[in-house]
Structure formats: structure tokens, C-alpha cells
Design a protein around this ligand. Structure first.
Ligand code: SAM
Length: 282
């Protein structure tokens, strides 16, 4: 339980994850029926930046030029809401604040966090909003306890710290259980890409029970160096209509901008099984 998301808040992986989260929530809002969001590994909710932090290779790269990123307008609007009006970038909204910003009065969200201090911070942040519930506990155990929701539509966001290699297995098992338990729900799981093998195994496993699941990979460092964070992925079961085509257009320029060297910004989008095979060829 050493992981604290504050050290990573606003990095390139967060920008990618939270931009896609905004797109999924926006697509859920396209229909009038209420929806439910479960964030199984929620974090503290909001983070204050320190100079020299990972945000400098993430949201920091976009901030001054944000008017030039219309595809990310909703995401950038939420980040701006949590920062001073004079344009300084001082704080970052984690997934709970992004979810809260995009819920309508009739929608609901539940957040689970296992670290007592992160949970306390999140609870303090959200306690006055009747649409939101915050639980101290084990996200792996609670996913099926909170689903399927009475709304019958919505999203489960799974964003564990990957402190242990077994987190890939935990995610695959949670998705398999979730798929049986709430077949119509959208599931979105984030994962780091440091070396090919755990990702390939994970994608092959998922493709066996959710062949239509979409894998989206965004790289900001060369892909052929193992054991550092070269990029990250999102595995989306029941992706909203047109999400794949929207990302095919909007992610490549984002990857180039977030990459340490624009030539190494790279995006791959494919069904999980196909992505596992493509990774085998790299
Ligand atoms: C990557 S961070 C979450 C970031 C957050 N989803 C966001 O996008 O702003 C992972 C969080 O999961 C928490 N965590 C670790 N194991 C957990 C578990 N079994 N159940 C719930 N939370 C857990 C960690 O304390 C950490 O705050």
C-alpha cells in the first residue's frame, strides 16, 4: 500500500486516461436515461502539483496551448475549473472529480479506495454531493457488490496501482467476473506498458471472454526498451459507439505532443486479441 497517486497526477498516462473517461461519460450523457459510475480504485480525488513533477510531461505540455486542442475541450475545461482563473496550473482533478463534473442531477457514482488517508481526502471532497458515495475498502471485492446498478447503464473504471505484477491477473479476473455479473456495463481498465509479456497475456485472456473488447495503447517513449513506462493502455469492454473512430483521429497528435521526442509518440487501437498478436510482432 505504498502507492500514492499524487506523485503521478497529471502525467501523460493520466491525460490519456482522463480524456478517454470524458469521452465515455459524454457518450453516456447522450441518452436521457440516468447512468451509474463505479470507480473501484479512486485515489484522493484532487492533487496539488509540485515543481518538477510528472505533470510537466503530461498536462503541463498542453496547458499553455490548450486553445489548440478542441478535441480535448471537455477534459481541459474540467482541469481549468480546478485551477486559478489567471491561467496558472496548480492542481489536478483525479477521476472522481472528472466523474463528478460530468454527472447530471439524475446520475450517480460510487468510489472505492483502500488507503485510509486517500479515502479520507476523497470523502472530505465529495461528502456534500448526494449523488456520490465514497467507500473505504477493497475495490476487487466491491465491484460486483455495487453492480448491476438499478439504472442498468453505466461504467466501471478499474485503475489499480500495479505495485505487483499480479495486478494484471486481478484486473483480468475482475473483468471476467464483471462481464458475467453485469453484461451490459461498460468496463474501462487502465494498465502500464513497460514490457510486452504481461500485457500480451492480459489481452489474450480478456479476448477469450470479451472478444469485442477494445484495447487502446498510447506510447510516449520508444517501445523497444523494457522495464520503464513506455506507454499505457485502456481496455474497454462494451465501448461506446464511435469511440474507436474518435480516438483514431484524436490520439495520434496527442501522443506526439506528450512524447519526450515527437517521433516516439505512437497509438495502437485494436480488439484485444488482435492487439495481443500485434504486440507479439513488435
Ligand atoms: C492509480 S491510483 C487511482 C487514480 C484515480 N483512479 C485517478 O484516475 O485519479 C490507484 C489507487 O488505488 C488504491 N488501491 C490500491 N489497492 C486497492 C484496492 N484493492 N481497492 C481499492 N483501492 C485500492 C491506491 O491507494 C490508489 O489510490
Amino acid at each position: 500500500m505504498n502507492y500514492r497517486h499524487g506523485f503521478h497526477a497529471g502525467n501523460a498516462a493520466d491525460v490519456f486516461k482522463h480524456y478517454v473517461l470524458c469521452l465515455i461519460l459524454t457518450s453516456l450523457k447522450a441518452k436521457p436515461a440516468p447512468f451509474f459510475v463505479l470507480d473501484s480504485h479512486a485515489g484522493a480525488g484532487g492533487y496539488r502539483f509540485s515543481p518538477g513533477g510528472e505533470q510537466e510531461w503530461g498536462i503541463g505540455r498542453l496547458w499553455k496551448e490548450r486553445a489548440r486542442w478542441p478535441a480535448l475541450a471537455e477534459y481541459l475545461r474540467i482541469v481549468a475549473h480546478h485551477n486559478p482563473a489567471d491561467g496558472r496550473l496548480m492542481r489536478y482533478p483525479g477521476s472522481p472529480l472528472i466523474v463528478r463534473a460530468l454527472l447530471r442531477p439524475e446520475d450517480r457514482a460510487t468510489f472505492v479506495e483502500r488507503h485510509p488517508e486517500e479515502h479520507a481526502a476523497l470523502h472530505a471532497l465529495l461528502k456534500d454531493d448526494q449523488r456520490l458515495a465514497v467507500h473505504l475498502g477493497d475495490g476487487w471485492k466491491l465491484i460486483n457488490a455495487f453492480t448491476p446498478p438499478p439504472e442498468h447503464r453505466g461504467l466501471v473504471l478499474i485503475d489499480p496501482p500495479y505495485e505487483q505484477r499480479s495486478d494484471f491477473d486481478e484486473v483480468a479476473q475482475a473483468l471476467a467476473r464483471g462481464r458475467r455479473h453485469w453484461r451490459g456495463g461498460i468496463y474501462c481498465a487502465w494498465y502500464p506498458i513497460k514490457s510486452g509479456e504481461p500485457v500480451r497475456t492480459f489481452l489474450r485472456t480478456v479476448s477469450q471472454f470479451a472478444p469485442e473488447a477494445l484495447a487502446v495503447h498510447l506510447f510516449t517513449l520508444p517501445r523497444d526498451v523494457d522495464n520503464r513506462l513506455n506507454g499505457s493502455g485502456l481496455l474497454i469492454i462494451n465501448p461506446p459507439w464511435k469511440l474507436g473512430s474518435t480516438l483514431t483521429t484524436s490520439l495520434p497528435p496527442l501522443a506526439s505532443r506528450l512524447a519526450h521526442d515527437a517521433r516516439h509518440g505512437h497509438v495502437m487501437i485494436a480488439p484485444a486479441g488482435e492487439m495481443a498478436r500485434a504486440m507479439g510482432r513488435r
